[in-house]
Design a protein around this ligand. Structure first.
Ligand code: GSH
Length: 393
């Protein structure tokens, strides 16, 4: 890939403070020490230049100094990581196989496996954070000085987003389980961040970027869940702050070298987090794979490049219909999430390509964390992103 040598123009991050996926791209730019400015979708250039190029109304979009537009937070991170690697050696992608597989899994879990809990805490406690949400939704839409007009702009779109709760399986029957799962995760992460500044240990990585997506804009910034995080898991709240700061070693940990742990080691304190990841994401992945298989069976003869979506439309979050599965003692009914499969596939590709020795280490880790069945799930057909949408490879 050509190196970006233009230092006169900063990167432009199209997105908003309250957006889940923008949080991932923002932390990547910050941690890589890149110069960037943010622009909201209310800017006239969004409609004039960004939307037509991307072909979707969505963000984040990264506009590079040499005029490329990259959508999808994961593609943005991959782009920046491959580019800047060459210059600064501060890669966010682990270079050893077990660490890479684990980091990819946590990236996918944060982005898609935690969408449900993020949306729950944003919308189920709407009464307790209504003014904040109006202002934040309005911030991306109304750039002027009239405070009431900003709130009104936010109000106009909030019902659309809050109406997604049922399709994410969030209802009175599932809410207690969603909250229990999240509190267990907070507890495990709080212990981990007592020992280490970042998910993989001492060096910031793609695992932190996936996790920061739900943990910043929703769970670590909206008033209700932020108070919960600070009360229950202050080390997690501090990590959320750390992910918004330049990559300076933190004073609270003993002096350390900000590098990968040696010998492809996974921090012992991360194992309880992985146990929860497999327990809580596994049933959804399994149901989503079954629904993908069903869709393929119903469309014999479809070819590479075919859009993966139940109605052939270009969507930010494509789905193949509703799925139903048992999870933590309740029945979840929700729209299948194809995007999660694309991310899971990346972790599996690393696991499948590793040497026999590394494979044994991974197998032992999976055994300890209950991940064997989940990692054995097979996608019936590989997925790729083309022209900003998911298609059959
Ligand atoms: N997979 C995309 C998802 C982007 C996304 O869903 N962005 C939200 C804003 S945070 C959005 O566009 N929502 C509008 C919609 O879903 O139609 C990414 O990682 O960038």
């Amino acid at each position: 890939m050509a190196m970006n040598t233009d230092t006169n123009h900063p990167y432009i991050l199209w997105g908003t403070p309250h957006s889940l996926y923008t949080g991932k791209a923002r932390s990547c730019l910050i941690k890589k020490g890149l110069r960037f400015v943010e622009r909201c979708p209310s800017h006239p250039d969004y409609k004039a230049r960004v939307r037509p190029t991307v072909g979707l109304v969505t963000f984040p979009v990264l506009e590079t100094p040499d005029g490329q537009f990259i959508q999808d937070s994961t593609d943005i991170v991959s782009y920046l990581d491959s580019l800047e690697n060459l210059a600064s050696g501060n890669s966010l992608t682990p270079s050893t196989p077990v660490q890479l597989a684990v980091a990819r899994l946590i990236d996918g879990f944060g982005l898609e496996g935690m969408l449900q809990v993020a949306m729950h805490y944003r919308w189920s406690y709407r009464d307790e954070q209504e003014l904040f949400l109006q202002t934040e939704f309005g911030r991306g839409l109304y750039p002027g000085e009239d405070r009431e007009a900003r709130r009104a702009a936010g109000r106009r779109v909030m019902d659309f987003f809050s109406s997604s709760l049922p399709t994410l399986g969030i209802n009175p029957q599932t809410i207690a389980a969603i909250e229990n799962a999240y509190e267990e995760l907070l507890e495990a992460l709080d212990i981990h961040f007592q020992h280490y500044p970042y998910v993989m240990g001492r060096r910031v990585s793609i695992a932190d970027l996936g996790l920061i997506a739900p943990m910043y804009a929703h769970l670590g910034r909206d008033p209700y869940p932020t108070a919960l995080m600070k009360k229950r898991a202050p080390n997690v709240a501090r990590w959320v702050e750390r992910m918004q700061l330049p990559n300076t070693p933190d004073g609270e940990y003993a002096p350390y070298v900000a590098d990968w742990l040696l010998d492809d080691e996974i921090p012992a304190t991360l194992e309880p987090v992985l146990t929860l990841l497999f327990k809580d994401w596994g049933p959804q992945l399994s149901a989503d794979i079954a629904s993908y298989q069903h869709w393929l069976d119903a469309h014999p003869g479809i070819e590479a490049g075919q859009l993966i979506n139940f109605n052939d439309g270009r969507l930010v979050h494509p789905t193949l219909g509703m799925v139903s599965y048992e999870w933590r003692g309740v029945q979840v009914q929700r729209a299948s999430a194809v995007h999660g499969l694309w991310l899971f596939q990346m972790a599996q590709a690393v696991a499948q390509a590793m040497s026999a020795d590394a494979g044994q280490n991974l197998a032992a880790l999976l055994k300890r964390t209950g991940g064997q069945d989940v990692m054995a799930l097979a996608l019936p057909h590989l997925i790729e992103r083309r022209n900003n949408v998911l298609v059959l490879q």
